[in-house]
Design a protein. Structure first.
Length: 394
């Protein structure tokens, strides 16, 4: 299987005995197999999880002079074609079903959110910018897929504030706007909206996020305009002129997409606007992967599922009055964002490790950040800000 994949990607494979497959030295990123027997054994035991778990175990690494995301990008570009059709038809044999306990019921959602976001506020502050924004930024200049990290002229903080302003503008948020935010993060959007004079209700299921977001809002003297509540989106009450949500739909789960958008529709005031930022994949890839359990779901985001734009539009058309009226793509901006997060994560690893995180955690998160960067750099994944409105009633 590895030989077949190696012939389909522009990557040089190097082995401990000195043998190599692929392009000549210096002409492609280097995949260094450290322990071939262990690597192949993992693939044979659990092909779906093996690639990432083998990296964490040290069975392979990026060769000298090769960036990890640079190495992973050719695989992401060819992901649908790495195996011949005859082997791809066996996908159902190796795919694991999604564990029932990760379903995003009210209890399941809280457990899934806590598993990732409640690890440590100090962990996230070690690699995020000063705004504590954990989603794609929006840079003034379109990043280059082949050269992430080379946009030193603009800070990540500036790019994150542009992103926040962009989604607030999509939702027409201004002085006196009654705003609902679904998914608080650490309060950056609530703060930015309150600075416009909006009356903000921000909801989250993360105790850690709620506490720090509330603290940051109070520090800025904005607690008379913004509050953070620990509430499931399905239990929201009230009417709002605008509703925003940044990269939260990925944690909703396909079976609950109808209730997510129906809730938004039910609480939106007449003439109101909705703006969400969503990671997206092609509809065909969604169809192929919607019921399978992958490395990211096992190790990073339990219960996560990335939608397609077509799926979002279909759900809205079937059960709500909401319709997509505008969209901006930020896919390569996310590759740049992730590259900067990974640089900061690695640079600050010593302080992170003092919080009790071990080497396996470091390699897991290094792989996660690089894996996601490669997904956006290859355009296997996208991310968009999407505006929704209701058609004018006649």
């Amino acid at each position: 299987m590895v030989k077949i994949a190696a012939r389909r990607v522009d990557v040089r494979f190097e082995f401990p005995d000195g043998t190599a497959w692929g392009p000549a030295p210096g002409r492609a990123p280097v995949f260094e197999v450290v322990d071939p027997a262990s690597f192949y054994r993992r693939l044979g035991t659990d092909a779906k999880m093996a690639f990432g778990e083998a990296y964490v175990a040290g069975d392979w690494r990026a060769g000298d002079g090769t960036d990890l995301a640079e190495l992973l990008t050719p695989f992401a570009t060819q992901v649908a074609e790495l195996m011949p059709a005859s082997l791809r038809r066996m996908r159902g044999v190796i795919d694991r079903k999604l564990p029932r306990h990760t379903s995003n019921t009210r209890d399941g959602s809280k457990s899934n959110i806590e598993a990732h976001y409640d690890m440590s506020n100090a962990l996230f502050s070690a690699f995020l910018d000063a705004t504590m924004t954990y989603s794609s930024a929006w840079f003034e200049t379109e990043p280059h897929a082949t050269a992430p990290g080379n946009m030193a002229s603009e800070s990540l903080e500036t790019a994150q504030l542009r992103k926040l302003d962009g989604i607030l503008d999509y939702a027409d948020v201004g002085d006196g706007t009654r705003l609902l935010e679904i998914g608080s993060g650490w309060g950056s959007l609530a703060i930015r909206a309150a600075e416009r004079g909006a009356l903000v209700t921000s909801i989250t299921l993360s105790q850690e996020q709620a506490e720090l977001a509330t603290e940051r809002i109070k520090e800025r003297g904005l607690d008379h305009l913004a509050e953070v509540r620990i509430v499931d989106y399905r239990d929201v009450v009230g009417e709002f002129d605008a509703i925003v949500s940044i990269e939260m739909i990925e944690a909703v789960g396909e079976e609950f997409w109808p209730s997510y958008f129906a809730t938004i529709d039910a609480h939106l005031a007449p003439g109101g606007r909705v703006a969400i930022q969503a990671i997206l994949m092609s509809h065909q890839r969604l169809i192929e992967t919607r019921n399978s359990y992958g490395w990211i779901q096992k190790h990073i985001f339990p219960g996560g599922l990335i939608p397609s734009l077509e799926a979002i539009e279909a759900v809205c058309a079937a059960g709500t009055r909401l319709r997509v009226t505008d969209r901006r793509d930020l896919g390569l901006h996310y590759a740049e964002t992730l590259h900067r997060w990974r640089d900061q994560f690695n640079a600050n690893w010593e302080s992170i490790s003092r919080q009790g995180f071990d080497e396996a955690f470091r390699r897991t998160w290094e792989f996660y950040l690089a894996y996601c960067e490669a997904g956006f750099a290859s355009r296997y994944l996208g991310v968009s800000q999407i505006r929704f409105e209701r058609p004018a009633e006649r």
